[in-house]
Design a protein around this ligand. Structure first.
Ligand code: AMP
Length: 252
């Protein structure tokens, strides 16, 4: 049976009772799909106890409309947690995660300023600050992050090294739909026409000979391109279909 804990203090009490156990942790914003499930399966396989957190983190949304429209599928999420052997779902309240009023922040001032960080000011401060708080409550042995959000994964790995944090970050490959579209909770917000167009982002960044060629091709196909950038052996892209912002990245 999956247990749901809302209070950080109650979670810490439960965690103290698990001393000596390996704890796998998958932080999410809910609206779970097969991409999240692949992280949960890794945790289940590699750790004695699995914890999932569901928290639509207000501080990482630079666009309030994006925050308001973020999908919520609580009943289904709980069923997915049960099916994947999650022991505890940590589902904190914003006022408890940010009892300090978000006056304390974790800031990275280099890699967080490019790619998604350039067009979403404050986004990665919000991500790093909430992940630090979650790690301090959950105290995981291992925590699982998707390569779909490669910049986020890299920044969290850097934070763990910088602060001598005692856990292992495990990268998990991007899960895709049959047509190549990276699974994302935001895909639920695409209209049928946009959904039909969306796989082009992956195909284009994989096959274009340069980032500039990918930008031209995506624009031609009706995307509003935020960026396509080749960096550190990967090609990163973000593009809008309507007001839905999609991201992807591939090794080059
Ligand atoms: P989110 O709920 O979108 O914040 O994502 C929670 C975690 O799931 C993050 O580590 C994401 O990188 C990961 N994730 C989201 N989509 C996918 C996917 N398609 N494949 C693998 N991991 C994913």
């Amino acid at each position: 049976m999956t247990r749901v804990i809302r209070s950080p203090q109650e979670f810490k009490q439960w965690r103290r009772d698990q001393a000596g156990m390996t704890v796998g942790f998958v932080p999410t914003m809910g609206a779970l799909h097969a991409g999240h499930e692949s992280l949960l399966k890794r945790s289940r396989d590699e750790c004695e106890i699995s914890v999932l957190s569901i928290f639509v983190n207000p501080t990482q949304f630079n666009d309030p409309k994006d925050f308001e429209k973020y999908p919520m599928t609580w009943e289904q999420d709980l069923a997915i947690a049960e099916a994947n052997g999650v022991d505890v779902v940590f589902y904190p309240r914003p006022e408890e995660m940010y009892s300090d009023g978000y006056h304390y922040k974790v800031t990275e001032d280099e890699f967080s300023k490019v790619l998604c960080g350039a067009s979403r000011p404050g986004h990665f401060d919000g991500v790093l600050s909430v992940v630090m708080r979650l790690f301090n409550v959950v105290a995981p042995t291992k925590s699982y992050f998707g390569e779909k959000d490669f910049q986020q994964l890299t920044l969290i790995q850097g934070m763990v090294r910088a602060y001598f944090m005692d856990l292992i970050i495990v990268p998990v490959p991007t899960m895709r739909e049959a047509d190549g579209l990276a699974m994302s909770s935001r895909n639920l917000r695409l209209t049928p026409e946009q959904r039909a167009k969306a796989p082009a982002i992956y195909k284009t960044i994989k096959t274009a000979k340069s980032a500039a060629e990918a930008v031209a091709s995506l624009t031609e196909q009706g995307f509003k391109v935020d960026y396509v950038t080749d960096l550190k052996g990967r090609r990163f892209a973000a593009a809008f279909l309507g007001d839905v912002r999609l991201i992807d990245n591939v090794q080059i």
